[in-house]
Design a protein around this ligand. Structure first.
Ligand SMILES: Nc1nc2c(ncn2[C@@H]2O[C@H](COP(=O)(O)OP(=O)(O)OP(=O)(O)O)[C@@H](O)[C@H]2O)c(=O)[nH]1
Ligand SMILES: [Mg+2]
Length: 543
């Protein structure tokens, strides 16, 4: 029997609570644009038909990811005999070094022990050493644990998925132990089990050896045939027994943690997310998507999913009327940053005033829907002037924390109220797109440096101001065509017919990862040459 929980979008929207962090924003309340606009807001009829939560009132906005997930972590139980490759798999998917999560081998196999890592704030792991022969005792422990953890009421305490890891029998033989079979047959279990057949590369090597004699020296054909026969063997040795035991109830994947088989990890991630969302709720699916650090596609699609549920819809529909633009930008920014879940302790980098400010400057060319004047890049933003002017203009009682050393301030367009106008929609749409592209570049950069998986020689395994600055610099040089598309999508002519769902569809098109392969490569190349002072931010005039 499967657990049925209503889908997330059917739940009522809780009243947003004040965000204590709002104080840390650098905002000029005396700016002329901060007067409430009197424009009538035109809601398109299609807006009300969307599965979004109720419109917000004038309480402070809070990121959807905070209100829905809080500090919940994705909780996964990994079961498998010693040496099948559990730790290697966890490292590959979640970008954590398990060796550092617990020093004690014995504790690592205590199923109740929560293995959490400072590297990845969205993951809790439970490790069980699987079943050898007819070992009933450990089976009972695992079953009790699953029962207990799936009955937890709170999202943060529940068990969200089980990976049952079994090594592919390369030379034939049984793939499952008796204990595995009992677990797979248990139809009272309410947590999705994904069966993971490990070390696929070893099977392919074996098949290549078998084929060597018949195929001569055609490398490509040799590899293709070896993979084909390896998958045939998996179907016979693994899938067939699984289906006869579990009656087609369980999904399965083959994986290899070696670099040539990166796509197997990608497929496992897709499969796990689909299994979770199919059995539990979208929230558990989000948690998994946030915790994983392997699949760029999953990161992007989940950013879109989160945005679509609330604030992106609000921004295109006019529901943000009554809110300051800096507040709108803040929640949009935080939702995206939360979903990418980089190793950025206390969000020091990705939620810093400096990064937010640079992001607002990145979209200033969207003020007009005409092409940029040729000298645009030369109209450098002098950060010292506006910073001093704004701080000087603050009323004495303004509840604003001024950073000790301001290097950048928000671009001036943010010092106004939200109104549903073509210009403001261009700014916000551009911000969303740019933010996701910047995140995707950081993702590619982190992966290329092996960050999040181990410390490099300089002890760096986290996002740094220099990395973000480098990405911003590379992207700002190439943002032209993306911004032109935003301009042609939202302008005075297209505005009357603009529909939230279609506009979000357009964002999805513009952030598709394949379009940015060259940008990612440029970022990686630039980083290989210069990332000396990791803690220095660029200034807006360098964009
Ligand atoms: N060829 C190959 N070797 C792998 C793969 N995954 C893991 N290994 C190797 O298998 C060995 C065991 O891997 P671990 O990840 O430590 O296995 P484990 O299941 O965590 O083992 P315990 O912690 O003892 O329970 C290591 O030498 C890994 O390098 C794989 O996909 N292919
Ligand atoms: Mg291990």
């Amino acid at each position: 029997m499967r657990l049925r929980i209503p889908k997330f979008f059917r739940r009522p929207h809780p009243v947003p609570a004040p965000d204590p962090d709002t104080r840390s924003y650098t905002v000029d309340p005396t700016h002329p644009g901060s007067q409430t606009g009197s424009d009538t807001v035109h809601l398109h009829p299609s807006a009300s038909a969307n599965p979004i939560d109720a419109s917000p009132d004038s309480s402070p906005l809070r990121p959807t990811t905070d209100t829905r997930l809080g500090d919940s972590r994705f909780r996964v139980l990994v079961v498998g005999k010693s040496g099948v490759g559990k730790s290697s798999l966890i490292n590959a998917v979640f970008g954590v070094n398990l060796a550092r999560t617990s020093d004690d081998h014995a504790t690592r196999h205590d199923i109740d022990q929560e293995l959490a890592s400072d590297d990845n704030q969205r993951l809790i792991l439970h490790d069980s050493q699987g079943f050898v022969g007819g070992d009933i005792k450990n089976l009972q422990t695992v079953q009790d644990f699953i029962k207990r953890k799936s009955a937890e009421r709170e999202l943060k305490d529940r068990l969200h998925a089980i990976w049952l890891c079994c090594e592919i029998p390369v030379a034939g033989g049984r793939v499952f132990e008796r204990g595995d079979e009992t677990l797979l047959q248990d139809d009272t279990n309410q947590v999705p089990i994904i069966v993971v057949f490990t070390k696929y590369d070893q099977l392919v090597i074996r098949k290549k050896g078998d084929l060597a004699r018949t195929l001569g020296k055609n490398e490509v054909e040799w590899e293709r045939r070896a993979q084909e026969t390896a998958m045939d063997a998996v179907r016979i040795r693994c899938e067939r027994p699984l289906n006869s035991i579990g009656g087609h109830r369980h999904t399965w994947a083959v994986v290899s943690t070696t670099t040539e088989y990166r796509d197997t990890i990608e497929k496992l991630i897709d499969l796990t997310k689909n299994s979770i969302v199919g059995v539990l709720t979208d929230l558990e699916g989000w948690l998994f998507a946030f915790a994983q650090r392997h699949s760029l596609g999953t990161k992007i699609s989940t950013s879109i999913d989160v945005g679509r549920r609330q604030y992106w819809h609000y921004m295109f529909s006019g529901y943000l009327t009554g809110h300051r633009l800096d507040e709108c930008v803040r929640v949009i920014h935080d939702d995206i940053a939360n979903g990418w879940n980089f190793n950025d302790p206390d969000h020091q980098c990705l939620k810093s005033t400096e990064f937010r400010a640079l992001m607002t400057h990145l979209v200033t060319d969207l003020a007009s829907d005409r092409p940029d004047p040729p000298n645009f890049l030369n109209t450098a933003i002098n950060v010292a002037g506006p910073a001093a002017a704004i701080i000087g203009a603050l009323p004495y009682s303004a509840p604003i924390v001024v950073p000790v050393a301001i290097t950048v301030v928000l671009a001036s367009w943010v010092y106004g109220m939200y109104r549903r106008t073509p210009k403001i929609l261009r700014y916000l749409m551009g911000y969303v797109i740019d933010m996701i592209i910047v995140m995707s570049c950081l993702f590619a950069l982190v992966e290329s440096r092996g960050l999040g998986r181990r410390l490099d020689s300089r002890g760096l395994d986290r996002i740094s101001p220099a990395m973000v600055s480098l990405v911003l610099k590379e992207y700002s040089r190439r943002k032209g065509s993306v911004h032109e598309q935003v301009k042609s999508y939202v302008n005075e002519t297209t505005f009357p017919a603009l529909q939230p769902n279609r506009a979000i569809g357009q964002i999805s098109e513009l952030v598709k990862a394949e379009q940015y392969k060259e940008l990612h490569a440029a970022v990686i190349l630039a980083a290989s040459r210069a990332l000396d002072d990791e803690d220095t931010w660029m200034t807006a005039d360098m964009l």
